[in-house]
Design a binder for this molecule. Structure first.
Ligand code: PLP
Length: 431
């Protein structure tokens, strides 16, 4: 048999018909158009624009020699640093014994769903990978409705409604804030109300706080403060530390859920063994904080906040709805005001919209449907990371504490992004 002969295994594939993740798909299409010479505004991919803080890079460099497999749950000093971090930042007391380190929080989420036999409950819109993971493992999935006027956030009464259908059903509820894809977050009071419902129905709450440090006001509050016994905090280096490709994620459990941690560690021991050693050593520095990390975060938040507001304003002036973000680097856009025009141009759903927009203007967005919104709804996620984060950060770091990011700053360092946003408005008006 030669390499070119057909070898039909399609019927035996476990993940039959499952496509590549939508985020990666749009990135590949953008790259292809770029290679063809088109100017592309990469507003589809959710990767931090900023470099890894220099002190963390140096730590990685000096630990490049670390070569041994590490404990499945993770390097003890790193687990201590993570536990310490939660106590310092969020006033949540957790022991290093109940921290699990993995190659990205995405992998840990998969393990959690694998190990716990429960229905997955997520608000719509939600990050692209929660639902496909449930599908791969064969778990039931329940989407909870949200409303745009509430910044697409989960309301306690909606969570109550779903849980009330069957009090005894085992469930994992994922709450992500600041949110991908909306940038919205919750106040401590709102989290307290959600926590009350979660406790009443004894759900396992996965609090995805991967963007917690990118809360623009730097005052991220964790729901684990209000429902400690049932909340697992998910975090990692990917977003606030600009180290997505390093692949390091953390799950921090309460003692009451240690059986889940042990189950996940058992599966980890038979699959990825342990997370890369040099990365774990370097991560100790990142979670330990210090003046360099604080300065980095302060500047990153300042830039992202100004940029989020600016893009929101450009869109609003063009009659496009998108709640102003509280954190992260996303806006969730509703093009509903243009529905008639879009239909008249044979654009019938969010995928048609983003594909036509990409082909006709070079602006890449992700369709709302991949976040669990109805296909025919004209929504999309705009991610504002297509700028040189190193340059912008260097310029922001020399600003005085009272100085704000000006229009001039944004046009100097983020002009491509602003041009892409203006293109969206012009395209809609030209339909
Ligand atoms: C909301 C959310 N959670 C989790 C992840 C996974 O991050 P990682 O696997 O890099 O830790 C991402 C990455 O895009 C995300 O946006």
């Amino acid at each position: 048999m030669t390499e070119n002969q057909t070898f039909d295994i399609s019927l035996n594939l476990n993940v039959r018909g499952m496509p590549l993740s939508a985020t990666l798909q749009i990135n590949e299409l953008s790259n292809k158009l770029k290679e063809e010479g088109k100017i592309i505004y990469k507003m589809g991919l959710g990767q931090s624009p900023f470099p890894v803080p220099q002190v963390v890079v140096e730590e990685l460099r000096s630990n490049a020699f670390q070569k041994d497999y590490l404990e499945v749950k993770g390097l003890k000093p790193l687990r201590e640093a993570v536990a310490d971090y939660h106590s310092r930042r969020n006033d949540i007391q957790r022991r290093a014994d109940y921290v699990l380190i993995g190659p990205g929080s995405k992998e840990l989420m998969f393990l959690l769903q694998f190990v716990y036999y429960g229905e997955l409950v997520i608000p719509t819109p939600s990050w692209v990978s929660y639902a496909p993971q449930a599908k791969i493992i064969g778990r039931q999935l329940a989407w909870i409705k949200t409303k745009e006027e509430n910044k697409w956030r989960l309301l306690p009464e909606e969570l109550h409604k779903i849980c009330d259908k069957d009090h005894y059903k085992p469930r994992i509820v994922i709450l992500n804030y600041p949110s991908n894809p909306t940038g919205a977050t919750y106040t401590c009071e709102e989290l307290q109300e959600l926590a009350d419902v979660a406790r009443r129905f004894r759900v396992i709450l996965l609090s995805d706080e991967i963007y917690g440090e990118l809360n623009f006001k730097g005052n991220h509050c964790s729901i684990a403060r209000f429902y400690p016994e049932g909340t697992i905090i998910s975090g990692g280096l990917s977003k606030w530390c600009g180290a997505g490709g390093w692949r390091l994620g953390t799950f921090t459990f309460p003692k009451s859920l240690s059986s889940l941690l042990n189950g996940m560690a058992a599966v980890a021991s038979e699959t990825f063994t342990s997370t890369s050693s040099p990365i774990q050593y370097a991560a100790i520095k990142a979670f330990s904080g210090g003046i360099e990390i604080e300065r980095y975060l302060w500047s990153a938040r300042k830039i992202l906040s100004a940029l989020g507001t600016k893009i929101h304003n450009i869109l609003s002036a063009g009659g496009i709805e998108a709640p102003e973000p509280d954190g992260a680097f996303y806006l969730f856009i509703n093009f509903g005001n243009y529905a008639d025009k879009l239909r008249s141009k044979e654009i019938y759903n969010s995928l048609d919209l983003t594909t036509r927009l990409l082909n006709e203007t070079g602006v890449a967005l992700l369709p709302g449907s991949v976040f669990g919104r109805p296909e025919e709804e004209y929504t999309a996620r705009l991610s504002y990371v297509d700028f040189d984060g190193s340059r912008a950060l260097a310029a922001a770091e020399i600003l005085q504490p009272e100085e704000t990011i000006t229009e001039e700053f944004l046009s100097t360092y983020c002009s491509h992004l602003l041009e892409g946003t203006n293109k969206i408005v012009r395209w809609l008006n030209s339909l």
